[in-house]
Design a protein around this ligand. Structure first.
Ligand code: ATR
Length: 281
């Protein structure tokens, strides 16, 4: 693929950023569609975030993804932000608008729901209560998406109870805070279980969770994707629950940004998954 002087440019801003799979994903789509464009990793220290973001219009960037640890701080720097980003309190996708303004969006919840719709035939968030483990930025995106998709009840369990309380207060009904110690009992009658904590991720402690109370037809989703087959997903599969892994959310959240920057709505396919897994290994 050739990048000319007219290339459309976007990137991912993080600290560190070397672990990000976004350059692989966007690079795959740019090549697939033969687009004269580039998507680059941008290693930006927290204390340099504002100067880096404000430079994007001057540098001719179409926009960028924002990742750990910048998502919350980036929201405050946006000239405009959509309702979803404001509700979640974080930006993962920004667009340099025609007038040079930085427009913040959050597509993590979109990615979460689209992954379930694509990966679990007949998935319907309105079918029953959801249990969400965690209350960080990822949990806020997941819970907001579940509310919008019609979940009748969302039980939020977090190690730090106060943080679950803030999430429930901010996002409102039908969320309820559950004590971390009660997370197994909270699985009774649930139609969906989502792990948004970092537990089970490579290098982190395992997630301790007995699925005994979870109905056999409940959908289980782990947003952790390294490893791809977490012990939560393995335990769910062993007892026959339908599952969706975390890589899909990452792939789907990238779709709206790519479309906004490069003008083509890209597809999430098995080939893309293989390419990202092979490249990220
Ligand atoms: P993200 O933006 O990915 O959600 P985060 O805001 O750092 O990241 O949130 C990480 C989540 O994992 C939090 O819910 C955190 O719980 P606390 O709010 O109590 O910190 C959870 N988490 C991380 N390590 C944990 C552990 N050892 N036990 C239980 N929960 C843990």
């Amino acid at each position: 693929m050739t990048v000319t002087g007219d290339a459309r440019v976007a990137g991912v801003i993080g600290w560190p950023v070397a672990h990000s799979l976004s350059p692989l994903m966007h690079g795959y789509w740019l090549a697939q569609h033969g687009i004269d464009g580039a998507y680059v990793p941008l290693r930006v220290r927290p204390e340099q975030l504002e100067v880096a973001l404000r430079a994007l219009p001057a540098l001719g960037f179409r926009g960028a993804n924002v990742t750990v640890p910048h998502k919350e701080a980036a929201l405050k720097i946006m000239g405009r932000a959509d309702a979803t980003a404001k509700r979640i309190g974080a930006v993962n996708t920004l667009i340099v608008a025609g007038d040079g303004m930085l427009e913040g969006r959050n597509t993590d919840g979109y990615g979460f729901i689209e992954n379930l719709r694509a990966g679990v035939p007949g998935f319907d968030a309105a079918r029953g209560p959801a249990v969400v483990l965690g209350a960080g930025g990822a949990a806020r995106a997941v819970v907001a998406a579940l509310i919008d998709a019609g979940a009748p009840e969302i039980r939020v369990a977090n190690r730090t109870a106060a943080r679950a309380g803030i999430l429930v207060r901010d996002l409102g009904a039908p969320c309820v805070a559950i004590a971390w110690e009660s997370r197994e009992a909270a699985l009774a009658g649930a139609a969906l279980l989502v792990n948004t904590t970092s537990l089970g991720m490579t290098g982190q402690p395992p997630l301790s969770l007995d699925l005994g109370m979870l109905p056999g037809d409940a959908v289980v989703n782990d947003i952790v994707y390294a490893p791809l087959a977490t012990s939560l997903l393995a335990a769910a599969r062993a007892r026959g629950n339908p599952t969706a892994d975390g890589l899909g959310m990452l792939l789907y959240q990238a779709v709206p940004g790519f479309e906004a920057w490069f003008g083509v709505r890209p597809a999430v396919t098995e080939e893309l998954r293989f390419a990202v897994l092979a490249g990220g290994a």
